[in-house]
Design a protein around this ligand. Structure first.
Ligand code: GDP
Length: 304
């Protein structure tokens, strides 16, 4: 239900456009396909992914000879779900961590303002509710506000936070956090990092250093590098994904602020383009407004 509400703007806009795309037409023809292409592109699905979807529908039209516009919705839904299935992701419905050696370490990256801190807070809350012992690490030492904000979330969720003063070495904070997690036998560690994308070499060096230090304390840490993207920025989110995947090995995505936007199609395009699983989506500012991304629920909520 939260998901339906969270995606309301995307859905309304999508249906309006879809309705216009088939207005006065009973058969899916080239015109309808052209219109559909525009609907998908303007819903921020992205050009490449849109063309893939259109190709598939075109193939079905030419095979079946006739496709009524009344069927288009069902077929579109099938093709989008099919596309997401090929990335073999988004089948989880619960906030879970793998049953590996403790602690499971998540390093969170993304530009400032994308919703990193909020997502960390919401995640910590979900993991804690599942009975996991959580520790946060404030390794965005570049901005005092980042440390303060994470502290606010740590207090709200009631989980420990490891921090140092502003300007200290992020790798040192990461080291302290993981050491503390090992000592206290924590299950999950979530580390915030600075998102200074305008300085790519620095970003890359900093993330590499943090990762190297983590691996010294906990084998193979970080186990997940979670990139947080602001979904309301549409195509800009694609660009950020491109930059961050160049700077470090991103293993999962969180797409935030889908509640305030009609650009929810960005989730489909990004998971297809980057072949990185979208694990979480943000649908509001509240502590409960984070969802495990499930492609079936997502596509369904689009078409409900
Ligand atoms: P950071 O700089 O990446 O750590 O970003 P913050 O976590 O501080 O988030 C920036 C702003 O976006 C804050 O005002 C958050 O409340 C807001 N925000 C984060 N996630 C969501 C979301 O899913 N929906 C909405 N509506 N706002 C969000």
């Amino acid at each position: 239900e939260t998901l339906d509400k969270g995606l309301e703007k995307t859905k309304t806009s999508f249906f309006n456009k879809l309705g216009k795309a088939v207005a006065g037409k009973s058969k899916v023809d080239d015109d309808v396909l052209d219109n559909l292409e525009e609907v998908l592109v303007t819903s921020d699905v992205g050009v490449n992914t849109t063309l893939k979807i259109i190709d598939r529908i075109e193939a079905r039209v030419s095979k079946d000879k006739y496709m009524g516009t009344d069927e288009l919705q069902t077929i579109l839904r099938e093709e989008i779900a099919g596309l997401l299935s090929e990335t073999n992701i988004g089948e989880e419905t619960e906030f879970k961590i793998p049953n590996t050696k403790k602690p499971y370490v998540i390093m969170v990256v993304g530009v400032n303002g994308a919703g990193k801190t909020t997502t960390i807070g919401k995640l910590a809350h979900q993991f804690k509710s599942q009975g996991y012992k959580v520790v946060l690490g404030a390794a965005d030492t570049f901005r005092a506000a980042a440390i303060d904000q994470l502290q606010v979330w740590a207090d709200r969720v009631d989980v420990p936070i490891i921090k140092q003063k502003m300007g200290s070495d992020p790798a040192s904070v990461a080291f302290d956090t993981l050491s503390s997690a090992v000592t206290t036998e924590a299950d999950v560690v979530i580390i915030d990092t600075a998102g200074r994308l305008h300085n790519k070499i620095n970003l890359m060096n900093e993330l590499t250093k943090i990762k190297r230090v983590m691996d010294k304390v906990v084998d193979n840490a970080p186990h997940d590098v979670l990139l947080v993207l602001d979904g309301s920025t549409g195509q800009n989110a694609f660009e950020q994904a491109k930059q961050f995947t160049k700077a470090t090995e991103v293993t999962s995505l969180a797409v935030t602020k889908l509640d305030g936007t009609a650009k929810g199609g960005v989730v489909i395009g990004i998971s297809d383009q980057f072949q990185i699983p979208v694990k979480y989506i943000g649908v509001g500012e509240g502590i409960e407004d984070l969802q495990v991304f499930n492609k079936f629920e997502f596509v369904d909520s689009f078409f409900k």
